[in-house]
Design a protein around this ligand. Structure first.
Ligand code: PMP
Length: 401
């Protein structure tokens, strides 16, 4: 399937948020946007972020000079280490280079331009479905052939693993395969470790190129190492790969635009060439990145004490989401809403694919003031103790109608 040009899906989340803001009802709930909310429905600045910001504000050695084109070195190196692990052989062997980017989106855009312009790759695959921006980013970066691989079995509400494998097996050599490192958006369903191993085998034998989108490290399990398993497995299996990191979700730094693009090669002698190509891509795109968010992340990742504090913040966020999953499922089961609802607790990360049809979604949005994506995806973060009954009852009403 080709990427539809100018599809409104690309802006749906923002349009829904605008409709939510304009809605005067006191029952309104926004389940469309992928941002964490506390149980009071408020955005959360992580306490460890505040602490780091105060330290930065008091540090008079810092100034507002430009950062280097590839960003703040103490940020990119700590970020790469967090992704690949402290004991990473690839890092020790000098096979990795990274560049600070404008969050995950910017990492994807730099990655796509690098792959299109320097590697001459032209075909990319993304999961059906995926985060709505993947196709647009790659097409704008010079790719001309965007295709989907099967991922979600809507009927069984699980991964269509056979379809996934078949589509990879039929992909042309050098096709870039966009993989979600963990907490797949929008389905909330990841391959198992055994399945990742099978996928790696196919990607290797078919000479495909893996690109990991890692926007939710920590959000799937609450454990940063566990959530990096897929990327680390590919890295340790000798793949060349790209990985796009975002600190929007796990640090709550949405508007600071902090990201990192990691490039792993098999021959360390090509790193200087890769570096000069990266410099050209970034120089022409935005010249150099902003410093504030990267300094916050660098401060936390490089301080053992702040790092521990950050991990407790991630657990707070992950646990609240898990609690909401459990309660929503229990409430739907108690209401005897037709269908099965176990997928709400088996799915992981920020999102749940409810399985509601477009008509049911329409009912929930128009009649119940609950804003959600047309695909039936909801952000679990928008649910809290005060609105969960309304959400469950509305889903129930939409299904029995
Ligand atoms: N990839 C995926 C799968 C996402 O869900 C998101 C955020 N919604 C991103 C990348 C990028 O987000 P950001 O640019 O805010 O880091």
């Amino acid at each position: 399937a080709k990427v539809p040009a100018g599809s409104t899906i690309y802006t749906q989340a923002f349009a829904l948020t605008k409709a939510f803001q304009d809605d005067k009802s006191d029952k309104k709930v926004n389940l469309s946007v992928g941002a964490y909310r506390t149980d009071d429905g408020k955005p959360w600045v992580l306490p460890v972020v505040r602490k780091a910001e105060i330290m930065l504000a008091n540090d008079e050695t810092l100034n507002k000079e430009y950062l280097p084109v590839l960003g703040l070195e103490e940020f990119t190196s700590a970020s790469t280490k967090m992704l690949l692990g402290g004991g990473s052989k690839a890092i020790a062997e000098g096979k990795v280079i990274s560049t600070q980017t404008l969050s995950g989106t910017g990492a994807l855009r730099v990655a796509a331009e690098f792959l299109s312009k320097q590697m001459n790759f032209n075909t990319f695959y993304y999961s059906a479905q995926t985060w709505e921006n993947h196709g647009l980013i790659f097409m704008n970066a010079g790719f001309t052939d965007g295709r989907t691989y099967r991922y979600w079995d809507a009927e069984k509400r699980c991964i269509d693993f056979e379809g996934f494998k078949e589509d990879l097996n039929n992909a042309p050599e050098n096709a870039v395969i966009i993989l979600h490192g963990c907490a797949h958006n929008p389905t909330g369903s990841d391959p198992t470790q055994e399945q990742w191993k099978e996928l790696a085998q196919i990607i290797k034998s078919r000479k495909l190129f893996p690109l990991f989108d890692c926007a939710y490290q920590g959000f799937a399990s609450g454990d940063l190492d566990k959530d990096a398993w897929s990327v680390r497995y590919f890295a340790e299996s000798g793949f060349e790969l790209l990985c796009c990191q975002s600190y929007a979700k796990n640090f709550g730094l949405y508007n600071e635009r902090v990201g990192n693009l990691v490039i792993l090669v098999s021959d360390p002698s090509v790193i200087p060439n890769v570096k000069s190509q990266l410099l050209l891509v970034v120089r022409a795109m935005y010249s150099n990145p902003p410093s504030h968010g990267a300094r916050i992340v660098a401060k936390v990742l490089n301080s053992p004490q702040l790092y521990e504090e950050w991990k407790t913040c991630i657990v707070t966020m992950a646990e609240r989401i898990i609690r909401m999953r459990k309660q929503l499922r229990e409430k739907l089961e108690a209401l005897k809403t037709p269908g099965t609802w176990s997928h709400i607790t088996t799915q992981i990360g920020m999102f749940s694919f409810t399985g509601l049809t477009p008509k049911q979604v329409e009912y929930v949005v128009n009649e119940c003031h609950i804003y959600m994506m047309g695909t039936g995806r909801i952000s679990m973060c928008g649910i809290n103790s005060s609105n969960i009954d309304h959400v469950a009852q509305s889903i129930h009403d939409a299904v029995v109608k």
